[in-house]
Design a protein around this ligand. Sequence first.
Ligand code: NAP
Ligand code: ZN
Length: 360
Amino acid sequence: MATDYKFEGWMGESAESADGKMVWKEFEPKKWEENDIDIKVTHSGICGSDLHTLRSGWGATRYPCVVGHEIVGVAVRVGSKAEGNIKVGDIVGVGAQSDSCLGRGPKPCKPCQVDEEPYCINGNINTYGSLHRNGDKAYGGYALYHRAPSHFVVRIPEGLAPEYAAPMLCGGVTVYSPLRHWGVGPGKKVAVAGVGGLGHFAVLFAKALGADEVVGISRRASKRDEALALGCDDYIATEDDADWAAHNAHRFDVIISTVSSAKMPLAEYLTTLALDGSMVQVGAPEEPVPLPVFPLILGRRSLAGSAIGSPKEIREMLQFAADKKVKPLVELRPMADANQAIVDMDAGKARFRYVLVNDN
Ligand code: NAP
Ligand code: ZN
């Protein structure tokens, strides 16, 4: 069956596209398979990863590339073998992962068998920039339509606005997952390093999970009022106090770091962890980061990483957000203005997440 709609979107054709030079083009989505779902995109969040990818910051990007992996829209075509009982007309979403081996890969894959698809050992397939299992290229959500394997499509629960749900699909779950995994809740003191898109979700979710204390650690004093308004109990601006780490030593049980600069003050962050505390790095720098060993040894501290979240965790997070009335701070931008929006995002102007909106 041919579709009566066209797949068009903002195409990055080279590293210069990250400077606001994406071009609007038609593209060929993956070949339709009966476990796929087509989505008419209404909302698409702008994630820091979109910029890394457009500029080939993590290695050569497969251009041409349509980025965007915080996709919400209406299911317009549902394959006969689709999972999840999704019907045409449902409001659905897709995050940063679009496929994995699902336990059927060449190597036996424990993660996929236990709902940990982001850690698929046969190689997870990203919503954009990857090749699907059938060899076709994956294109993301700065577009009119998106085609995704149904295992990675989730229904947006009642009571959660699509513009809130969209940025949760990557930015939200990337911090929700480690907050849950590291047991954040009553009795835990949490710091969030880098109060940007992911960081603001970390503050909102840590508070909603009942952490005793949630503290933003940012470079800039200028974000203090916004961070406190978000729900931070305290705020540390590293530019304000050369001894900020010593002044906050042994304070936190968990740090979620969304910072993506290789020049991040890692030793200082670790110093603020209590005995047996854990720092979880989710920001993904383009350069290697030197490892400060002594702060790890001296406090029996741990340094860990975490990748996005599985469809199961995304569903849990969306329901949690709906039940707890978690209210992200998003700024809606017309899809037509995507180039200006990514330039503004790169300049750190988003408070705290831009969401592109199609008026179709
Ligand atoms: P964002 O909105 O730009 O936030 C990043 C924050 O990092 C900034 O707001 C800034 O906070 C802080 N930062 C500190 N030093 C910086 C520097 N030298 N340059 C730029 N920012 C600096 O981006 P995001 O969407 O939250 O994404 C953050 C990172 O997470 C990106 O690297 C992204 O690729 C990565 N990510 C990882 C995963 C995963 O699975 N692990 C998933 C999604 C995204 P202050 O101004 O408060 O200092
Ligand atoms: Zn992302």
